[in-house]
Design a protein around this ligand. Sequence first.
Ligand code: 26W
Length: 829
Amino acid sequence: MARLPEYEYRMPTTDADRIRQSIVFKLIFILGVDPKDAKPEHWLNAAMFTARDLVTESFLRTRRSHIDHKKRMVYYLSMEFLLGRAFTNSLINEGIYDAFKEAFQQLELDFDTVIGEEEDPGLGNGGLGRLAACFLDSLATLRIPAMGYGIRYQYGMFKQEIIDGQQVEKPDLWLDKDMAWQFPRPNKHYPVAFGGQLHIEDNVRCWEPAEKITALGFDEIIPGYGGEVANPLRLWTAHAGYLFDLADFNKGDYFAAMRNQTSDENISRVLYPNDSTESGRELRLKQEYFLVSASIQDIIARHKCRFDSIDTLADEVAIHLNDTHPVLAIPELMRLLIDVEGWTWEKAWDTCCKVFSYTNHTLMSEALETWSLDLMGRMLPRHLDIIFEINKIFLDEVRALGLFDEDFIRRVSIIDESNGRRVRMAWLAVVGSHKVNGVAKIHSDLMTTSIFADFAKLFPSRFTNVTNGVTPRRWIAVANRPLTAFLDKHLGTNQWRLHLEKIAALNDLVDDKAVQEEFAEVKRANKQRLADYIEKELGIKISTEALFDVQIKRIHEYKRQAMNVMHIIDRYNQILENPDKDWQPRVFIFAGKAASSYYVAKKIIRLINDVAEVVNHDERIRDLIKVVFIPNYSVSLAQIIIPAADLSEQISLAGTEASGTGNMKFALNGALTVGTLDGANVEIREKVGDEHIFIFGNTVEQVEALRQKGYDPLDYLEKDPDLRRVVKQIVTGFFSPQEPNRYADVSQAYGDYYQVMADFRSYVDTQYRIDDYYRDKGNWYRSALINIANMGHFSSDRSIAEYAENIWNIKPLTEAELPPEDDRFSISV
Ligand code: 26W
């Protein structure tokens, strides 16, 4: 092999002086800004370029190791990645946070002002997108050879403003500031085709698409903790520039060619802001195929480049499907292997089933994706053809077992014939994957007894559980500096960041009054930070002496924000009736977005704000209740709110929340949970112990029994005068005197599908128990510490280790496989 010259490049390293010099260099020579004119946003960009150098070095070293050691790789396909801000996270993961702070001090810059300039890329809706981001952090931290694939939406999740108490959506122009973080990869581009005709001659399929656009890659580098490994997240953007309509162009119709170009680029324009109802829109199907086609082509190209032949794909590659959104990857891989590579059906199918695995994130039927045969056939005729063939072979095999009747066959068919003929994407995912997992024990159990019960009979060993987790790097080290200092002092540095289970050592200290007091101080500092934010942004003053009761998540009926509000109203009534009782002051904090088309969810936001208006200004309440709705919930906002919470509201109807991950973030930051036996709450209770969590409400079995017998909300209203009064106040306009009928329509249409009335009494009684418990601060903080100490299980490192071992069969890079530290960029090839 020809010898290349030795490349040498000196990194800015971790020394504050060198970092300062590098930042100034980037400011002048990369951004072209005179330091004396530089604004905070310029300094941020310059500092991000410097930080990116370090992350990039980790990334290129990692990449070399993967290639040199022919590592089997996992590709994580997701329509959403809710990454949060990159800058501080990268400093913490690379171990250069303090050095950067010092460099900023030398430059006389305010660190918080500068980091506040960074946009928060909202490329996701909620839990599923944030989970994908925590998983990328853990994949890199655990040194697992991995790469994420997603879409680089030009507009992420909308910005939420609250005007007159109502949600107003504004576009999220996150790319406009042109942050210096992603690498454009102009040579990573693939054609993605749509529409047209399928010709079948001599049983050979030939797809002649009508339309082709280009997917162009951008790499966001995800640093693992410790600075050794960084993995890419490749985000695709639709680009018409390479392939725009030559026919129009040659006809001399330049403008028609250009116009089509802009409409082609619509594909990656905007994230669908819906996280639980399937929208069935043509553009959404196009987006899903766009992600999948570009990613699978890239995976194949990478494999060929590394291993010369495509034959070994299943040995070297695992592809994970984050919910059904990227499930077209299955027919797309089939198409490429058969139509392009010339494989037989059997060989291609065998590879597919080995390569793919799928996570289900919800049991709610309205969230399960199906596509009409008509739309699928028009847009992706060859893929529909492949899906038919997969289904035919599958159903023949099921019939051949001789164990099932035709009704069963109809139920497991990938094509739903009863609803105007539709493709059931979850069914396709189950048939084409070797493993299917749920995201918490209770959810995985329900999965195999409800939606996938028939498939569980056919493929019992295919179904498994991997309980979700969250990264302690972002959710403690980045979000909660006071707790970080506290843990480092008592447990030693690094242990808990990399091995969250070691946080259990805190159990030995929970009875120590001085430690409790120290933790109380951590909590107070975080509450003060949030109080300052609320006063600055909303002009509402709150006291850190009050109990901070927090519910932040997407607004949805099943999550029952309405039940929380009803408790507030009842408490308001009770205070007015018994003003002299020793009431525990509380601040009720809400944040969350409603899907723009979700009428009831938007009404819930308005109700929260209406109730806030009345209660916050009623002098008789004497600040015993404050209600605050913080607009524009995001990862950055969560980082401020969660560390400040005393009480975490996880109150979904049992059986509806697949896992929840907010519940874990709160407990990890020392909030106590009030929750139902739903999702991961069940496992949190197992870990922290029954005395340190407030469980209320009906169980899954009780919910089901009520449904069976015919649930009637009136049964509860009749029995409970307090509840009756609350409902009456809402529907008769007590909180909306300007428009008394504001909530009449929602309550009339309301069959109380999520059984709020059934759980109300148990919820309110539990809240009083919580007030009493909070009075004894020593005991409360002891419980908070016990929560933190027993959250080791809920690290996303544990989840990812389980995926790697049980689902993907991927081994991390060993210490020996990493290039030595001093290797840097002076490597001879
Ligand atoms: C097609 C529209 C659509 C979009 C997104 C339907 C459904 C979704 C997601 C499945 C919704 C989601 O984010 N689910 C959440 O996933 C989290 C991570 O596993 C869980 O913790 C939450 O309980 C679950 O609601």
